[in-house]
Write a new protein. Structure first.
Length: 212
């Protein structure tokens, strides 16, 4: 699939998110807050399917349902990042921030996601993201587990999630049978693509919110 085709799919995801956000929130600043999260998520997801060799192959011709699920997953990572920043440096211009679990639930509705399925994602990756920032700074473990979840969304499971103990301190600590396919997790190109995608999403999120 070409970059232009990907852009078209994710543009549709973004436009649908805009409509949903206007139904979820009425306050302009509140809408901008949610739109910034959705923007970051969709940009990160599009970046990943374009730059990660493994995810690009699994993505294939792509479809809007997969793009929506990926965008939702990355929006949850954007949410974790934003709340960490807000906690460290309380902003003066952000909308009064609700508990992040409440905001996560609103993001589920924006992307029409399954709340039960994706709340597990949010709880796990929020814990992993916070742990990595505090202990490692490199987000390698977050990136590896995100690659696994993205692979699964694209139709190729490679982790038995029931066996994962969160947060993941070291991949080598995972019990036998947890990782069923480690090829993506061992690929520096894919891990680097994930790191770059999270960064691209964060930049897009902050730029959107600041620019209004």
């Amino acid at each position: 699939m070409t970059t232009a085709d990907n852009e078209g799919i994710f543009e549709n995801v973004w436009q649908n998110a805009l409509v949903s956000i206007e139904n979820v929130a009425s306050d302009d600043n509140d809408q901008r807050f949610l739109k910034a999260l959705a923007m970051g998520g969709s940009v990160a997801a599009e970046t990943l399917v374009t730059t990660s060799p493994a995810i690009k192959q699994l993505w294939g011709d792509g479809n809007q349902q997969t793009a929506t699920s990926l965008s939702l997953l990355f929006s949850l990572i954007m949410l974790s990042q934003l709340y960490i920043v807000a906690k460290q440096n309380p902003p003066q211009n952000y909308v009064a921030m609700l508990p992040k679990e409440v905001t996560a639930t609103r993001i589920f509705h924006v992307f029409n996601g399954n709340p039960e399925e994706f709340f597990q994602d949010f709880r796990h990756f929020d814990e992993q993201f916070s742990y990595d920032l505090e202990k490692h700074k490199h987000l390698i473990h977050t990136s590896c587990m995100m690659l696994s979840r993205c692979s699964e969304i694209c139709g190729h499971p490679c982790v038995n999630w029931e066996k994962v103990k969160w947060p993941v301190v070291e991949l080598t600590h995972l019990t036998k049978g947890t990782i069923t396919d480690s090829s993506t997790l061992r690929s520096k190109a894919d891990v680097d693509a994930m790191l770059s995608s999270i960064d691209a999403g964060a930049q897009a999120m902050m730029s959107y919110y600041s620019g209004g």
